[in-house]
Write a protein that binds this ligand. Sequence first.
Ligand code: HEM
Length: 391
Amino acid sequence: MTQEDLADPLFAADPHPTYAQWRTEGPIRRVRLPRGVDAWLVTGYEDARKALTDPRLSKAPRGPQSYSGVQNAINRHMLATDPPDHTRLRKLVAAAFTTRRIESLRPRIEEITDGLLDEMSAHDRVDLIDAFAFPLPIQVICELLGIPVEDRDSFRAWSSDIVAGPEVSGAERLQSSMGALIAYIKGLLDRRRGHLGDDLLSGLIAVRDSGDRLTEDELTSMVFLLLIAGHETTVNLIGNGTYLLLSDRARWERLHADRSLLPGAIEEFLRLESPVEMSTGRVATDDLELGGQQIHAGDVVLVGLLSANRDPERFEAPDELRFDRPHNPHVGFGHGIHYCLGAPLARLEATIAFDKLLSRFPRLRLAVPPTDLIWRPGLLLRGLTDLPVHP
Ligand code: HEM
């Protein structure tokens, strides 16, 4: 496969054979991204972990090294900064995302899940993505942040253009969706400033307005990141996991019979069809060596999380789904200082979602052959466009 083929829909349909081939050729290779940027792609597990913890691979390139020209209102968040800014920004919201705090959301997440499954039960055939996998995380992140859930259809469209990137959305639509989302967030903050509540948005506004710990651009960027990261990813965990279970019925039956296997199953979904296919880009601030290659200052490095998660050097029978895999150090949530802040939330949402889906619809089945399913274009995320099922 040539470099340009990263944009090929056939690659999105089944990238695993290509990654497997690439890993045999070395843990890191040169690729050309669909938008014409040359980059290094790390495909091997060990080097993926190294890259994700190397402080010389920066998330905050400035000046000529910067390769993303997005507006300051959305690129001043923790995933676009290095320490000490990263440390400060992450600390401001870390307390809201600890396993304990997230656990307190359980009853509400269960209620939302029950409501969505009730609606699903009224139909003979539904798109599980539209009816369940998308609305669940969106509703949860909206309530956590304190954003009116009625607005979700607007920002769902904008955010989906943004994560798909310019090669899928087109430069013009991408710009206009970014503009619309920024204007939406700014309007939201203005309205909330008048009457603060006990939601995360109010908490962040209070921090912003009471001192110098958060600039206005950092505030809008934080809301932008939480909103996008909070709902563009968990949808794929629920969608990809359901696909993995239903495309091999024995898995569904086994999990239905023994729910103690669920936590291990969710880790396997994260490993085998990682919802985030590649890390966001890093830029080398110095010359360095990685996976036997010389990286030069200014080079862009991407980490292939999906590929690393199937590296046979790290995982026994890497392509097999094993509910009881004894040790599963996948990098589906990343690694190092940018390790996913929302991991406890994503795991809780997925646990509740699968537990209730299995109980409520024991005979759930695909309404189309698995080979007819279409994977969303774009390199950052891995997920299905839709998943037709018979409840
Ligand atoms: C299954 C669902 C999810 C997956 C697979 C996932 C995956 C990831 C990955 C791979 C990264 C690191 C990216 C990189 O280093 O380039 C990341 C970072 C992040 N994720 Fe998630 N995520 C998920 C859900 C969530 C949720 C629900 C939230 C909640 C708001 C969230 C918030 C974040 C934030 C804020 C960061 C940046 C952390 C930092 O820079 O320190 N994620 N996520």
